[in-house]
Design a protein around this ligand. Sequence first.
Ligand SMILES: *Cc1c(COP(=O)(O)O)cnc(C)c1O
Length: 475
Amino acid sequence: MHYISTRGDATPRKFCEILLEGLAPDGGLYLPVQYPQVDNTTLTRWRKVYHEQGYAELAFEILSLYIDDIPADDLRALCRKTYTAQVFGTGEIVPLRHVENGVYLEALSNGPTLAFKDMAMQLLGNLFEYELARRGEELNILGATSGDTGSAAEYAMRGKKGVRVFMTSPAGRMSPFQQAQMFSLQDANIINIAVEGVFDDCQDIVKAVSNDLDFKRKYKIGTVNSINWARLLAQVVYYFAGYIQATETNDQKVSFTVPSGNFGNVCAGHVARMMGLPVAQLVVATNENDVLDEFFRTGVYRVRGSADTHETSSPSMDISKASNFERFVFDLVGRDGARTKDLFSTQLSATGSFDLSADPAFKDAAARYGFASGKSTHADRLATIRDTADRHGMVIDTHTADGLKVALEHLQIGTPMIVLETALPIKFAATIVEALGREPERPAQFEGIEALPKRVLNLPADVTLVKALIEKTCS
Ligand SMILES: *Cc1c(COP(=O)(O)O)cnc(C)c1O
């Protein structure tokens, strides 16, 4: 399998060549040159694999279609080491819970940091360690987080050989639980940096360091952001596992609703559907930051400025532009790299938007790609959390509530609807208290983490100080 860029660079690259990279050299995102097709016989076999041998083996089956530069036995071992009941809480890894009338929640949030990002990041940690050892190289991951990504990256990379994580976050802006999750890590290869400023200041620091090519090369700076292809690929697996659990035969279609921000999660659903998974609808659920809902309703993609990006109670979906969206648009416009480049490079930088409403490809998007969308607000979130607790005795987190609210608007009789549960409620306890008047349940391993000793450096929002810290740590 080879990978190409969405902006027309067709130089074929192998999986391990793009594993440690972000953008393609032409500024595009990597995608496989084609999607492997899964026929009925294979899907039936995978059903048995999941039920009899488990999620890790299913992951190996799917990943091996995309990765041919890691020996099969090594890849299988990496999957087995990653997807264990010990790390993810259950033998099913991603169990389905029935809510009502064919609506299910697929639990993706029982990993170490209680958000779905663990599903991909845990695999990435093992892949990085494997590939760096093979090359005899080291990597310094520099990131910016407002909560979920940073902790998922740290828990995936802690104690891994050859990898260090420098994670910036805006001082005092994460929930106490999220701060405790990150700052209580005592591993020497995890370096937390609390920046005096907001999330944008942290992102600016990461960008400034990455743009200093000499520094980047000398200190082997890398990232683990959501455009990384390996993260997206790891997420494809749970669409298959969700389908297999919700159906008995392959004649049945299911729909998925995905709480969305950067379009990484739902893009994995798109890939699964392109491979032949029988998916009726892929419903994109947004919060008040509705860039994606607007596109799927109107055909206009309009990125927002920071003044128009709302701080909401589902903060992991507070985005002004959706960094993985280019992958879907590349497929939508018939994999035309020149056209994708024009839309994302020329038109977006000139006007902050592009308009596909008159394009036949957009008019066909729902029929050809199954996409639908909807939006949920703070009031919807509270109402959905209350209703789900009252009627079903289940407490769901704020992002999952956005998903469930939008899913209920898109039900089709006879088609199971799977809502992806992207975090556990304890991560966003303040809003749960607002909705229900009580604290959400706290998994036992997180009892009292706010009181643990904290390991964090406080720095002003100054890139030279962050660089100096990296230099000092690496010398
Ligand atoms: C990251 C995140 C999302 C958004 O996922 P994308 O892949 O960016 O669309 C939704 N919910 C939670 C809890 C998250 O952490």
